[in-house]
Design a protein around this ligand. Structure first.
Ligand code: SF4
Length: 306
């Protein structure tokens, strides 16, 4: 493990970073600056606290991640030529969710921040057992739908050595800024087109989803050298299930680039030293929209009165 002194908090851009920045500047500060170094248990008390809070997921985020991880596992099995018995597989995933839930409920994450940590437990949100049951039921539904998806049958007919299973969590240089983009899944179609897929397990959010897929198109263009006309983007809503195919073109790619540029510029404008990526909390205003605060990980530090 490198020590804290060896890791530099350097600026990089991602869509989730943009999201946090748009939501609340102070939240953005806590997440990307204030909690920096808190992985070290001997870090200052506030830094450590922010770091622990930063790891919290809402129950919906957690369920989404569980489903994504399960799908990734399924693809590994398919790539190895193994088949998957759906019901035992789903039962296994649900059992793992129960284990996660218990670990979080017991507060293990306070000492080991990388273990499951649910917002609802940290903030003692009183939820009926039915709410938790609905959550695991939704994961089960999404997974069953996944296995039945015509898109999956199409994918499985293509050569698995060209699949990209793990989040292609790749950082690339975009006009001098490190950009993180992670398509959920990618494959080459029989027609020689690049298909990038986004699995959705929650309610659809049109504008955000379009920006995300646009970033995939950017990734395809910048990293793989594939122009927008040769890319198919799929938004696979597993709850319904419904697969929407989007086509991208050069003009829309230009818009995405402009959106990313603008976002980077706005973030850097908040720094006291953009070169060294240094920020001071007082520059980052708290949102006035208390509805955002209600579900904010950092509420206990930022607005304990709520
Ligand atoms: S509690 Fe509210 S003001 Fe504070 S960081 Fe969170 S969203 Fe922003």
């Amino acid at each position: 493990m490198p020590t804290m002194a060896e890791i530099v908090n350097s600026f990089s851009w991602s869509r989730s970073r943009d999201n946090t920045f748009q939501e609340c500047r102070r939240k953005y500060y806590y997440h990307y600056y204030g909690s920096w170094g808190g992985w070290d248990a001997t870090a200052g008390e506030e830094v450590r606290r922010l770091y622990v809070l930063k790891q919290l997921s809402s129950r919906q985020q957690w369920a989404g991640r569980v489903a994504h991880d399960a799908i990734e596992m399924a693809f590994h099995a398919f790539a190895d030529g193994r088949d998957i018995p759906v019901e035992p597989f789903v039962a296994d995933v649900i059992a793992r969710m129960r284990g996660d839930w218990r670990s979080s409920k017991a507060g293990r994450y306070r000492d080991e921040p990388k273990t499951p940590a649910l917002f609802e437990h940290e903030y003692a949100v009183d939820l009926k057992p039915e709410v938790w049951q609905a959550l695991s039921k939704n994961v089960a539904t999404c997974l069953r739908n996944f296995f039945r998806l015509p898109l999956l049958a199409t994918i499985r007919k293509t050569a698995s050595e060209h699949w990209s299973i793990e989040h292609w969590s790749k950082v690339f240089d975009f006009e001098g800024t490190a950009v993180w983009v992670a398509p959920d899944f990618g494959f080459w179609t029989d027609e020689g087109r690049l298909a990038l897929v986004d699995w959705k397990t929650g309610a659809a959010n049109g504008a955000a989803a379009a920006f995300q897929l646009g970033c995939y198109a950017l990734y395809a263009n910048e990293v793989l050298g594939v122009p927008p006309v040769k890319v198919d983007l799929y938004e696979a809503n597993l709850r319904e299930p419904r697969v929407t195919q989007l086509q991208w073109d050069d003009a829309r790619l230009q818009q995405i680039k402009e959106q990313v540029r603008l976002s980077v510029r706005s973030m850097k404008a908040y720094l006291v030293d953009p070169e060294a990526n240094v920020a001071v909390p007082a520059d980052f205003e708290k949102t006035e929209d208390l509805r955002i605060c209600r579900w904010c990980n950092f509420r206990a530090v930022c607005r304990p009165e709520l």
